[in-house]
Write a protein that binds this ligand. Structure first.
Ligand SMILES: O=C(O)c1cc(=O)[nH]c(=O)n1[C@@H]1O[C@H](COP(=O)(O)O)[C@@H](O)[C@H]1O
Length: 269
């Protein structure tokens, strides 16, 4: 039987001494020119990025948005299998959920990956098929990193709690199999701190450092539960060598190593 996701993630974090999630957001318009002639340029790019970064990666997080084409899905499939071959967990950033029969289809995405991001807007039944996959990780969007994250998520309910606090409380309830985490952006450090206090046992995926300018120290201080959690950087790693053509992968490897060391200073503090 496969061990639960957060146990496997904890082992991985220990093995590579890293909480870095490397975001594989392989934007076709930013790929090195010499890869564009390949059969599957995104796969060619990701393979080189994985070769250069896997020693520093607690997980890979491909965002499905970058692969929503026939060629994209083929690239994604190859990428997932390759990461798996390197023994690195894959978290598919899909932000899915829908009514029952539709969401059951979405949940099949978990057949090929270790964890997924989901959207809580439609409530528990829309997430149930994901939650039922007890060996897989399910990261529920709670307080997102984008400027508009406040539009709905910061609204105060009649009960006095905010929407994101309500989501955190619900996610804690939904965590019957110990497979639920939260997505909380590093651009909202105060919310990160208060959500951590509210749900001490849920590991967080914290995006928003690097290109979005979020707070890396707060990401580590509040993102981890029992040492387990993920701090994601996508563009800051994979496009670190955007202007270097052939040397792009080495630059990505250096960026991943630097981020690992920086985050580890806060982990050790
Ligand atoms: O669910 C996510 O991963 C996510 C949630 C959020 O609140 N903010 C956020 O940036 N993300 C994702 O994290 C990645 C951030 O990419 P970079 O800004 O390039 O590091 C993208 O794939 C986003 O879709």
């Amino acid at each position: 039987m496969t061990a639960p996701f957060f146990e496997r993630l904890g082992d991985r974090i220990e093995r590579v001494d890293s909480v870095v999630s490397v975001g594989l957001d392989a934007d076709r318009s930013r790929l090195p020119e010499h890869l564009l002639e390949k059969d599957l340029p995104q796969w060619a790019f990701n393979r080189r990025i994985i070769d250069a970064t896997h020693e520093h990666a607690a997980c890979y997080k491909p965002n499905a948005a970058f692969y929503e084409s026939e060629e994209g899905w083929r690239s994604l499939r190859e990428t997932i299998a390759y990461a798996d071959g390197k023994d690195v967990p894959v978290l598919l950033d899909a932000k899915r959920a829908d009514i029952g029969n539709t969401t059951r289809q979405y949940a099949e995405l978990l057949d090929d990956v270790d964890a997924i991001t989901v959207n809580p807007y439609m409530g528990r039944d829309s997430l149930q098929p994901f939650l039922d996959r007890s060996e897989k990780g399910v990261f529920v969007l709670c307080r997102t990193s984008n400027p508009g994250g406040a539009d709905l998520q910061d609204l105060e309910l009649a009960s006095g709690e905010t929407v994101y606090e309500r989501v955190a409380a619900l996610a804690d309830l939904w965590n019957e199999h110990g497979n639920v985490g939260l997505v909380v952006g590093a651009t909202a450090p105060e919310e990160l701190e208060s959500i951590r206090e509210q749900v001490p046992d849920l590991p967080f995926l914290v995006p928003g450092i690097g290109a979005q300018g979020g707070d890396a120290e707060a990401a580590v201080e509040y993102g981890l539960s029992g040492g387990v959690g993920l701090v994601n950087s996508s563009r800051g790693i994979i496009f670190a060598g955007e202007d270097q053509d052939e040397a792009f992968a080495r630059a990505a490897g250096d960026a991943a190593r630097r981020l690992k060391r920086r985050l580890n200073r806060y982990r050790d503090a």
